[in-house]
Design a protein around this ligand. Structure first.
Ligand code: ZN
Ligand code: ZN
Length: 479
């Protein structure tokens, strides 16, 4: 019911030409809707996206930011954009602290000696040579740690046992990632010797710990911090339940190592009428190192690249430019996204609409948008094209723009959120099981269809979506 008046209005405006601009509403011309529908249907049966993520995860593999695989990933992205026929391919430098992982081990020393499976967290400090042995003090939540008396934790290894549950929207990761980022910082402030958490992950039967970044911003504040796999966290909790002092030895050879300059890699399909106006889509090129970065975020890079390629294959270039960004070092703090937003802040108004794919390769099931009120009708037109492939439009929610592009949204870019089914995402997220076999090629194709169709319609719209420097300032919420 919401859509019909818009459609009617759109047809009337098309008939009268300049009427679209006169009433101020943004409209997607009927011909563009038709082309987008064809793009959608073609993409649903196309394996370009899957082939791209297969190529990345096979030929480059794990892509820890600043590691020797980082430049190989960049070279791969440059070559892939060219191979796919993008009109323009370039890089923009991104500088960040270099953090290295060399080796990581842990054992329960007493009362029941045995090894533990864990992984160091990003920006963790290393332990002294020969390891660090200390008593473990357990907290049930981040709040409990916040209220802890420093005297009870000084010199101890703090452990927090928050367990994430599976949800389609993955909302438990809000707390899981808060424990991982804030927990080590609070522990350090309280004088703790180290920090352990139950992995921020939903798998139960795999001894694969989930890594991820901490909130340490200064190497001087960093203490050793690591995540136990879920079965190892269970084991540690059983041992703690005996009520005897539990001593754990951490041996982490990791740490900061100066700074590194990588780059965002950008490919464009140049707009025919307004080459300087861009629809921005992308994913992040870096990944954590235990797996091959298939769902996080090879999939996102591949979805955006494939969408660009399908639009490129149309008989005619779109009116506006499709800009696909493969961001550098999202994992250790949105470094690529922040560098992009800083560099392009003054061009926020030239960003027609944007969003990034960074939640795996599960089907997109929900769309929401942060746009000006006069562009809501155009968003409903997009929603109508996406509805038959399982995407529901929620007009009440804002659109955050995804991870890295949330930063450009913060500068005033109109943004969508295209929410993927994350039911199983946190089984594999940031662990050794993030490999290509977790991606269903059909679900991947649905994602490409969504990105190709929306990007094309945004590129062809008569009018804009409200992007301007400082716009959407009250809507800074990230995905
Ligand atoms: Zn990611
Ligand atoms: Zn990640």
């Amino acid at each position: 019911m919401r859509f019909f008046p818009t459609l009617l209005a759109a047809s009337l405006m098309l008939a009268t030409g300049a009427a679209a601009a006169a009433n101020g509403d943004t409209v997607i011309p009927a011909a563009a809707v038709q082309t987008a529908t064809q793009l959608r249907d073609k993409a649903m049966g196309d394996d370009t996206g899957y082939k791209i993520v297969q190529s990345l995860t096979t030929e480059v593999g794990p892509r820890l930011a600043g590691s020797p695989a980082d430049p190989r990933g960049r070279e791969w992205a440059i070559a892939k954009f060219k191979e796919l026929g993008f009109d323009k391919v370039y890089t923009e430098p991104v500088t960040y602290p270099l953090w290295e992982r060399r080796s990581e081990h842990a054992t329960i020393v007493a009362p029941f000696p045995q090894p533990l499976m864990l992984t160091a967290l990003g920006y963790s400090a290393g332990t002294p040579q020969g390891g660090l042995t200390a008593q473990v003090v357990k907290f049930d939540s981040l709040d409990a740690l916040k209220n802890a008396d420093a005297a009870t934790v000084k010199g101890k290894i703090i452990y927090i046992g928050f367990r994430m549950q599976r949800h389609k929207d993955g909302h438990d990761y809000g707390m899981g990632s808060a424990v991982r980022t804030q927990g080590p910082v609070i522990a350090s402030r309280l004088g703790a010797a180290g920090f352990l958490l139950r992995s921020a992950g939903t798998d139960e039967h795999s001894r694969t710990p989930h890594t991820g970044v901490t909130g340490f911003t200064d190497p001087k504040d960093a203490i050793p911090a690591a995540a136990l796999s879920n079965p190892d966290a269970d084991q540690l909790e059983r041992v703690l339940a005996y009520g005897k002092p539990v001593m754990v030895k951490l041996d982490l050879d990791v740490g900061f190592h100066g700074s590194y300059t990588g780059a965002n890699v950008i490919g464009e399909i140049t707009g025919r009428k307004h080459p300087d106006q861009v629809v921005a889509i992308g994913g992040h090129l870096d990944s954590w190192d235990p797996g091959t970065g298939a769902i996080d975020d090879g999939a996102g890079v591949a979805i955006a690249m494939a969408a660009g390629k399908l639009i490129r294959d149309l008989p005619q270039r779109p009116d506006r430019t499709i800009r696909v960004i493969a961001f550098a070092n999202e994992e250790m703090g949105l470094w690529g996204g922040r560098a992009y937003a800083q560099k392009h802040a003054a061009e926020a108004g030239k960003h027609q609409l944007g969003t990034e794919s960074d939640f795996g390769a599960g089907k997109v099931w929900r769309m929401s948008a942060s746009v000006k009120p006069q562009a809501r009708g155009a968003i409903e037109q997009i929603a109508k094209v996406l509805e038959p492939i399982g995407v529901a439009y929620d007009p009440q929610r804002p659109g955050g723009g995804g991870s890295d592009l949330s930063q450009m949204h913060g500068k005033g870019m109109a943004a969508l959120s295209l929410t993927q089914d994350g039911t199983y995402y946190f089984d594999y997220h940031h662990n050794a099981n993030d490999t290509l076999d977790k991606i269903d090629p059909r679900e991947m194709a649905q994602n490409v269809a969504v990105y190709a169709a929306f990007s094309y319609m945004a590129a062809q719209a008569q009018g804009d979506f409200g992007s301007a420097p400082g716009a959407f300032a009250k809507d800074g919420a990230e995905d």
